[in-house]
Design a protein around this ligand. Sequence first.
Ligand SMILES: [Zn+2]
Length: 346
Amino acid sequence: MPGTTSVEELIRKIPKTELHLHLEGAIPLETLYALIQKRGGDPSITTLEDLKRKLVYTDFAHFIELWIWKNTFIREERDFEDIAYQVLHHLSRQNVQYLEAFYSPGDYKPHGLTVEGITEYLIKGKERARQDFGIRCELIVDIVRGDGVDVGMQRLDETEPYLGKGVIGIGLGGSEHKYPADPYEPVYKEARRRGFRLTAHAGEAVGPSSIWAAIRKLGCERIGHGVRAHEDPDLVAYLKKHQIPLELCVVSNVRTRVCTSVESHPIRQYYDQGLMVTVNSDDPVMFDTTLTHEYKMLAQRLNFTVEELRQLTLNGVDASFLSEKGKESMKAQFEREWQQLLAKYT
Ligand SMILES: [Zn+2]
């Protein structure tokens, strides 16, 4: 393993994908600060430092409170163009080359913003970022547990026109312990019929039963988090056999206290057991993390070797919703960059 400084630099430069990131939880501080000022300001926020402090997360209720507070400054559909552009700009500086990002358009309906308008501006922003920074992004529509099946179906109608034109799939978010996945089976069945790719948050706040429901009822191709899979050895065996990818977010799980520490996170165990593990950052600004930091934690605190980090970056391509051809060419590109980086840093 190379020296500490070069490990940090190497980790920042390694080619990456991001498969579990919420755009609204990734708005760079400067962008959010500018939005707050544009909307008349907030008396408690006069500097960027104030904003950084305000966003320090204490518990889940506080997280929801902050999420809602932050959303009050997003008042126009066109705000989403800059949000997408700035988020992608920041990610491209960590050599993230491809991401599949969640967005929650329903959250802005009370402010009169339409799902269609938000989606169109996000697509404009991400296309501009692709031209300027080369980073590619596909959107995953967040279906919210608790909003009900009718709203879920409505979300499919609203976003289907953008399928294949920027939107790639659906996810299931919201309160996992209050609202089991089972009632959303018809929404997922219909989404699959229409060509949406399928993932769902499961096995974060609730244990294996929730992951089984995501697989057996919803037919998910990937699991958002799935961190609590280890509580059921049969489930671990199933995930391994079918190589169902887990979108793991280590720092998020520590911040929300699903895990007590980075060291006690099961990612190391899952990797060693041969599960299809990917590395992601969830709501990086709100959890004070970055994708680079996630990989750094794996190297420094969970003893992942450089070769294992390389494998994890390739897993990120294999677990994506890209076509087989798209995956092959991205993996070839990643391999080329890895070879150059290893020649320089090791
Ligand atoms: Zn998430």
